[in-house]
Design a protein around this ligand. Structure first.
Ligand code: TXA
Ligand code: MG
Length: 338
């Protein structure tokens, strides 16, 4: 592959027009979404989609999510059932991906040869402008090298893929910071969450009027791999060893762990009295909400991974909220042994 140096574009009308033409020609563009940055290509152009896999070093048995700007565009790609119509109305544009029976125009490279396709209508205003300007559905996995932590800023994309792609659209830090909830609606009577995200399960159940199951978070068996290909247990991983704790203690300032980092989701009570925590203590959410913790989780893991730490200790989220489940899912995958 020739060595490239990506240009980071701001979302001016001129840049949107230029990037829309690049996508129409079959080039790759890294795009902001409200969840994480994606690496986009024309979903109906198999050659363009193949180059996504090459740029990421991603195996082709891991299918892509297709981003659309309208229900009309979804209808060109997939067969919409009533359940899909209901959740799309309630949650789109937003961090929810639907797996539906596909139409024949969707290339096999996008779906890894499955007879279903994953579709999402993103909420980020710049990506919505770009989707309208190029008027093509855009296949886009997260814009990171395969297996590494998903990017939540344009700079993360530049760090990871800057010499493998030409264009990055900078839309600022991603609002949510965790990948979308993936909901399998191939059988509308048995909706299943394949990947937890920011959308609450009770909310989905209310809209669908039935129980929604959560497929176990360790999708390792062959059977599960066939439902959600590419949901490898190990994923989103820093190179530094990561250790998870249901209850993480604040290290004493004189402790023999100065070269190990301690990551808290919310400010621990032991720290509330101290003004300046030790240099190896990191708190993701200053306000104590999981939204803030999710928002900075991946960026903090990336930053620590570049630092001199020999080990990262991270606190698991408590409770059963969507974000607690999603954060623990990502942490568990990131910590899984190779
Ligand atoms: O928030 C997100 O979903 C981000 C942004 C860019 O939209 N995208 C993202 O894509 O996280 P990616 O490639 O990192 O994860 C896509 C996952 C695949 O690994 C696979 O598990 C699932 O979506 N998937 C895609 N097509 C599927 C299908 N037909 N059936 C089941 N699962 C599918
Ligand atoms: Mg990914």
């Amino acid at each position: 592959m020739p060595k490239l140096r990506a240009t980071v574009h701001r979302g001016t009308p001129r840049a949107i027009a230029l990037l829309a033409r690049a996508l129409q020609r079959g080039e790759l563009v890294a795009v902001p979404t409200e969840t994480v940055y994606g690496l986009a290509a024309d979903a109906l152009n198999p050659r363009a989609c193949r180059s996504i896999f090459r740029a990421k070093g991603r195996p082709t048995n891991d299918p892509l999510i297709v981003h659309v700007h309208s229900l009309a565009q979804l209808d060109q790609l997939a067969i919409r059932n009533e359940a899909a119509a209901a959740v799309a109305k309630a949650f789109w544009p937003g961090p929810l991906t639907l797996v539906l029976p596909k139409r024949s125009c969707v290339p096999d490279i996008v779906t890894s040869g499955l007879d279903s396709v994953a579709i999402r209508m993103p909420a980020h205003p710049l990506l919505r402008k770009l989707l309208r300007a190029c008027d093509r559905p855009l296949a886009a996995p997260s814009a990171n090298a395969f297996g590494y932590i998903s990017p939540t800023t344009a700079e993360h994309v530049l760090d990871g893929l800057g010499n493998r792609i030409r264009h990055i659209l900078d839309g600022g830090p991603c609002r949510i910071g965790l990948e979308s909830t993936i909901l399998d609606l191939r059988d509308p009577k048995h909706p299943k969450i394949l990947r937890p995200g920011a959308i609450e399960r009770p909310e989905l159940e209310r809209v669908l009027g039935r129980r929604v199951s959560l497929v176990s978070r360790h999708l390792t068996s062959a059977k599960k791999a066939a439902i959600a290909p590419g949901m490898l247990t190990k994923h989103y991983s820093p190179r530094t060893p990561l250790e998870l704790h249901a209850k993480l203690r604040v290290p004493r300032s004189t402790a023999p762990h100065a070269d190990e980092a301690f990551v808290f989701l919310c400010p621990p009570s032991a720290l509330r009295k101290t003004k300046a925590p030790a240099a190896n203590v990191f708190v993701l959410s200053k306000t104590g909400t999981l939204d803030d913790a999710a928002h900075s989780l991946f960026a903090t893991l990336r930053r620590l991974d570049r630092g001199k730490w020999t080990r990262i200790h991270a606190e698991l989220a408590r409770g059963q909220s969507a974000l607690a489940i999603a954060i623990n899912d990502r942490l568990t995958r990131a910590a899984a042994k190779r």
